[in-house]
Write a protein that binds this ligand. Structure first.
Ligand SMILES: C[S@@+](CC[C@H](N)C(=O)[O-])C[C@H]1O[C@@H](n2cnc3c(N)ncnc32)[C@H](O)[C@@H]1O
Length: 607
């Protein structure tokens, strides 16, 4: 081929996509997993491992770029693509084989880069932990397939179920040492199966048709601890993308009712898809701000889940991108104000609620113990904060700090110990002998963000009082008036929420999905994976690329954006053969928790 044609060889799509993604993550704070799922690339796992590796090595790479003057000498070189290609060159296997111009440039710098890398040392400038490796959790969706059948599918695929352990510490050891082909049932939540970290289930037919859900154990704990009895009425106040809602529906065996409320319109659509995919027929989805729910209409609610927007600092995915975050104090205060506000609303405005669970995927006490402490002041004795240790038969290891009023009654999941995401859960139980305290907004003078939320709360309360008075007088608000009220509340709270939503979408189960792949790739196997997958792709993709330039360019344009918080592409309608639908749900032993939570059968009328 004549020389002049060489420059027309395109950069493999894998590298272009990965470069675009890390640019978005760094410049716009985008969620790594969402961005990857929004790609149409056939090998998301390869893109993910390449992006993760690049983000982890970013400090080193920046240093190498400076020392070698790469971008000064090549001013037209895209800096993000340079980072991706350097990663592939230095930490990939047999990488950078294509003859396109950017790759040729990087190869021309290879010797310098390697020399400088030796000078810098391996661990210098590393931005995030490289050893993040959690187990892979699969929740069997008992609304579509029995647990027994779900287990047997994996066994038929060559997996081998190892026996359950007799205590939690033994279980954790078993999970730490889990190697293919072994898997184990979770110690606490029977419908969760635990696989070795380097297991990929994205292409599993059961995942595609909703029979298995890739949900981290930590994210299953809130619904498990809320533990609504079949037939009861549940309110999920912050529902999208619906992982916990669908888990709750499974716990209810699709009996009773779940009101799943989601404020964000886009996320609401994802919620609806997830509910449909998982056959959670007892769920009624509501696209609304749960703070503006007309509580009279939901007066029969017995259980509430409050899983609000949070910093998401406990998510492995975030830790990969940002390292272990200290958290910006001002932002944490804003989040806290919002979290207190929603939780207080749940506890004090639904007269028949028996139990409320509050959860975050945050490691910050500002979003956890401090929220619970503030709430404890408000609720007086109308609720008891239940010691989670007891609910879990003493089989748990990490709890909230004793230096707070909530003491060690709340649960912490700690990734290094519990082999799942970091999570916080508090369980409140109603004491029907004490009437609910009046719901009064507090005004905090020295805290701007709190003021903002308290102001919203005041508006909200004023509106409620007006509504009540109007109702007493037999007057209903016009739709227009209602709309204006919502707007007012919305505007005031917008800033607080906007902040949260980007992070909270990373939050939750995210790690369970691509997260798992990340972990599978990060550790020892990372370089293997990057190497294998990317070099495999170079050839294929560049040839694909040559023919498909348009689709390549439109990578981000025509996406369905089906991803949820976990970045699971939900609602894939393809019906795959595995696992014929099996109607009813098997019985799962939750009686121990029910026994622990001795709830009065008689409900007192309050409010
Ligand atoms: C942490 S995510 C919830 C994850 C969800 N529970 C799950 O397990 O899939 C928080 C969600 O709450 C929503 N949200 C925040 N403020 C809300 C409000 N006032 N009313 C309803 N939804 C809200 C956010 O848009 C976001 O989708």
């Amino acid at each position: 081929m004549p020389k002049e044609f060489v420059h027309s060889i395109k950069v493999p799509r894998l590298y272009k996509s990965a470069a675009k993604i890390i640019q978005e993550v760094r410049e716009k704070g985008g969620s790594l997993k969402s961005l990857i799922y929004n790609q149409r690339h056939p090998n998301k796992s390869a893109i993910y491992s390449l992006c993760v590796k690049t983000l982890q090595k970013e400090g080193q790479i920046d240093n190498l770029i400076n020392k070698t003057n790469l971008l000064t000498n090549e001013p037209r070189f895209d800096a993000w693509l340079a980072k991706i290609l350097i990663t592939e060159l230095l930490w990939g296997k047999n990488a950078l084989k294509t003859d396109c111009k950017p790759i040729k440039i990087i190869l021309a710098y290879e010797q310098k880069l390697r020399e400088e890398l030796n000078n810098i040392g391996v661990d210098a400038f590393s931005t995030s932990p490289e050893t993040v490796k959690n187990a892979r959790y699969v929740r069997i969706n008992t609304l579509l397939v029995t647990l027994k059948k779900g287990i047997s599918y994996f066994q038929e695929e060559g997996w081998s179920l190892i026996p359950k352990c007799s205590n939690y510490i033994q279980h954790l050891n078993a999970v730490k040492n889990l190697k293919k082909p072994n898997f184990i049932q979770d110690f606490h939540i029977p419908e969760i199966l635990v696989f070795p970290p380097d297991t990929v289930f994205y292409d599993h037919p059961g995942y595609q048709n909703g029979e298995i859900i890739l949900q981290d154990k930590a994210s299953c704990l809130p619904s498990y601890l809320l533990n609504p009895e079949p037939g009861s009425i549940v309110l999920d106040m912050c529902a999208a993308p619906g992982m916990k809602t669908s888990h709750l529906a499974a716990i209810l065996t699709n009996t009773g009712k779940i009101y799943a409320v989601e404020k964000d319109e886009h996320r609401y659509k994802t919620l609806c898809k997830q509910i449909k995919l998982t056959n959670a027929s007892c769920v009624e989805t509501i696209n609304k701000d749960s703070l503006t729910l007309e509580t009279n209409e939901y007066s029969k609610v017995e259980y509430i889940l409050v899983d609000p927007s949070c910093s998401g600092s406990g998510m492995l995915d975030r830790q990969i991108v940002y390292g272990k975050e200290k958290g910006d104090p001002q932002r944490l205060k804003q989040l806290q104000a919002f979290q207190v506000f929603v939780l207080r609303h749940a506890l004090l405005n639904f007269p028949n609620v028996k139990r409320v669970v509050y959860s975050t995927c945050s490691t910050h006490c500002e979003e956890n113990e401090e929220v619970v402490d503030e709430i404890l002041e408000n609720i007086q004795n109308a609720y008891e904060l239940v010691p989670v240790k007891k609910l879990l038969n003493e089989e748990w290891l990490n709890f909230s700090s004793k230096k707070y009023k909530c003491s060690d009654k709340c649960l912490y999941a700690i990734s290094d110990v519990d082999m799942c995401n970091d999570f916080f859960v508090a369980v409140f139980e109603r004491n029907f002998n004490v009437s609910l305290p009046e719901y009064k907004p507090e005004y905090k003078e020295n805290n701007a963000s709190n003021n903002k939320v308290e102001k919203v709360q005041e508006i909200f309360n004023d509106e409620k009082t007006i509504t009540r008075k109007r109702k007493k007088r037999g007057k209903r608000k016009t739709n227009q008036e209602n709309f204006k009220d919502e707007e007012k509340i919305d505007d005031s709270i917008k800033d607080v929420n906007n902040d949260n939503d980007s992070s909270q979408s990373d939050g939750d189960e995210s790690s369970q999905n691509i997260g798992d792949e990340s972990s599978q790739n990060i550790g020892d196997e990372s370089s293997q994976n990057i190497g294998n997958e990317s070099s495999q792709n170079i050839g294929d993709e560049s040839s694909q690329n040559d023919n498909n330039e348009l689709s390549d360019n439109n990578d981000n344009d025509n996406n369905d954006n089906d991803n949820n918080d976990n970045n699971e592409p939900v609602a894939k309608k393809r019906k795959l053969k595995i696992g014929r639908k099996i109607k009813p749900h098997i019985k799962i032993g939750r009686s121990s928790i029910h026994k622990k939570l001795k709830l009065p059968k008689k409900k007192r009328k309050t409010l």
